[in-house]
Design a protein. Structure first.
Length: 329
């Protein structure tokens, strides 16, 4: 009698040990079995919001469940990021991070306690943002070499605008200033759009702008583009060379990615990544990047995306420190 009871207890214990694993495997195989939330740490109507909705529509179409956008801006995108990092790892809360989220803001706002390597599961890289060095139309330089010479001849004369301290626009110019020994004053704005009227009215002389922001003004001749932050030749705005042609080794970009909470299961990560990779190969996807004035980038596996995020985070740290953009908050 005792032996039968002992055997039954042992069997019950073994089943208890196996059931969670079996249940997890069933959940992974059925994913997604309910709506999925994608946290976009930007405001509704922003380019990243539009990109998120574009991806959500495709995933909903191919995976058969609603993918719902939840906008959680603020804290240099870290408020939305923390929502995801503290979520269950079951794949039902995902994130549309950018270079700001996973490379820049965690260094600047270290007290917020976001670690891009520890706190997220990178799934895919979606595309890159090339930044253009823009000058007012009357600026006495038509190319990068002339720009360098003009600024060096007139230390302290010129002003550049940025979308705020610690933004890529600010850091890129500070990198150039340090690399080339330039003296240019900084006018930080509260957002990227505010610099445009002051460039057009010549209250400031120059600044970095992303392609989406710069395209119309450059094509119309109202502003002039001298170079791009990415070292490869762009096709987004024809005829604009890389800054690296004049400043060897200068190679920087923004980017948009897709991620989830830490320690997501590999089958779920691979399923999402696989659907995104198939989408990235379509003309529809290429057309969207073209309209967004974004650069096409090679498709990355989740493992490659994780290595990319780690390398980018480590790469941005020293230049942020050098630019004096570390926050005490």
């Amino acid at each position: 009698m005792f032996r039968k009871a002992l055997a039954a207890a042992a069997a019950f214990f073994i089943m208890g040990m196996l059931c969670p694993s079996q249940s997890r495997a069933e959940d992974e195989a059925a994913y997604p079995s309910r709506p999925v939330k994608i946290v976009v740490p930007y405001t509704p109507g922003s380019m990243i919001d539009s990109f998120g909705r574009f991806i959500a529509e495709r995933l909903q179409s191919t995976l058969g469940q609603p993918f719902v956008i939840e906008n959680r801006p603020g804290g240099s995108t870290l408020i939305g990021a923390k929502v995801v990092s503290s979520s269950d790892r079951d794949g039902y809360t995902l994130l549309m991070p950018t270079v700001t989220t996973l490379s820049i803001a965690p260094h600047i706002h270290a007290k917020m306690g976001v670690d891009p390597v520890r706190d997220f599961t990178p799934i895919a890289r979606l595309g890159a943002t090339n930044f253009f060095l823009i000058v007012r139309s009357s600026f006495p330089a038509k190319n990068m070499k002339e720009w360098v010479a003009e600024v060096k001849r007139n230390p302290g004369k010129y002003l550049y605008g940025s979308s705020g301290v610690g933004t890529p626009h600010h850091i890129f110019m500070e990198l150039l200033k340090k690399e080339l020994g330039l003296d240019i004053g900084h006018v930080p704005y509260k957002g990227g759009n505010e610099i445009v009227p002051d460039l057009l009215s010549e209250r400031v002389d120059m600044g970095f702008m992303d392609g989406f922001q710069a395209y119309t003004f450059v094509q119309s001749g109202k502003l002039r583009a001298l170079g791009t932050t990415m070292a490869r030749q762009t096709t987004l705005i024809p005829g604009v060379p890389p800054i690296a042609d004049t400043v060897p080794g200068f190679d920087w970009s923004g980017w948009v990615a897709f991620a989830g909470p830490p320690n997501m299961s590999k089958p779920i990560v691979d399923r999402i990544a696989g659907e995104i990779a198939k989408f990235q190969a379509t003309p529809e996807y290429q057309a969207f990047l073209g309209k967004a004035i974004m650069e096409v980038t090679p498709t990355l596996t989740p493992e490659q995306a994780a290595a990319f995020v780690r390398n980018e985070f480590n790469r941005w740290g020293p230049v942020i420190q050098s630019a004096g953009a570390i926050s005490s908050q």
